[in-house]
Write a protein that binds this ligand. Structure first.
Ligand code: HEC
Length: 173
């Protein structure tokens, strides 16, 4: 019970300041006017309605912004990323219809694909039980069993990287 209340409070605190890129088809939005590409489920800090900021990490290629330092989960591609060291920020204007405040909703297609493809032979594995690096190896061997399409592969990979032990989000019970 306590845990449930705490999670609800956390979700409330999060939803007040953060929303998420919502993509209906595929894993990314078609490029914005300035050429920026946003990936599904990317957390957006709400500046005000229609104005958002993406925080993340950059590698050598400063036009790509990732969720974590190991550069495994791509959030955005843009020439407008402001990089400082390994950190990057990107300010964007985005129609609110491409955002979703409930992250489980924003990540639904990815999680649905994972549960669909990966529970045919065994019960669902707990994503948070493994790190991103562990999942890389596990998924590589399981993908040959599950035979995902290219899009399913992209969705599952993003889901595992986002919800892994060292990812950026937690699945609720
Ligand atoms: C065709 C059947 C099949 C499908 C589909 C399948 N798995 Fe598995 N999976 C297995 C079997 C069999 C094992 C146990 C034996 C083994 O580890 O190889 C296993 C084991 C695992 C393990 C535990 C491995 C370990 O070393 O602890 C994980 C994690 C896993 N699967 C994840 C996935 C994911 C993610 C997917 C979807 C991409 C998936 N599986 C789809 C058959 C499948």
């Amino acid at each position: 019970m306590k845990k449930v209340v705490l999670l609800a409070l956390m979700a409330l605190a999060l939803s007040a300041k953060t929303t998420y890129v919502y993509v209906e088809e595929g894993v990314k939005l078609s490029p914005l006017k300035d050429g920026t590409v946003l990936y599904s489920g990317t957390p957006l800090k709400v500046i005000k309605d229609g104005e958002y900021r993406v925080d993340g990490f950059v590698g050598k290629d400063k036009t790509k912004l990732y969720a974590t330092k190991n550069l495994k989960l791509l959030l955005a591609e843009s020439k407008k990323i402001k990089a400082k060291g390994d950190r990057g920020i990107l300010n964007i204007k985005l129609n609110k219809k491409h955002t979703e405040a409930d992250y489980e909703e924003a990540w639904f297609k990815a999680s649905d694909t994972f549960y669909n493809k990966c529970t045919k032979c065994h019960a669902a594995k707990v994503v948070a039980d493994h790190t991103q690096l562990e999942w890389e190896g596990l998924y590589a061997s399981m993908a040959s069993f599950a035979k995902p399409t290219k899009e399913e592969n992209a969705l599952i990979t993003r889901f595992l990287n986002a919800f892994a032990k060292d990812g950026i989000l937690k699945e609720s019970e």
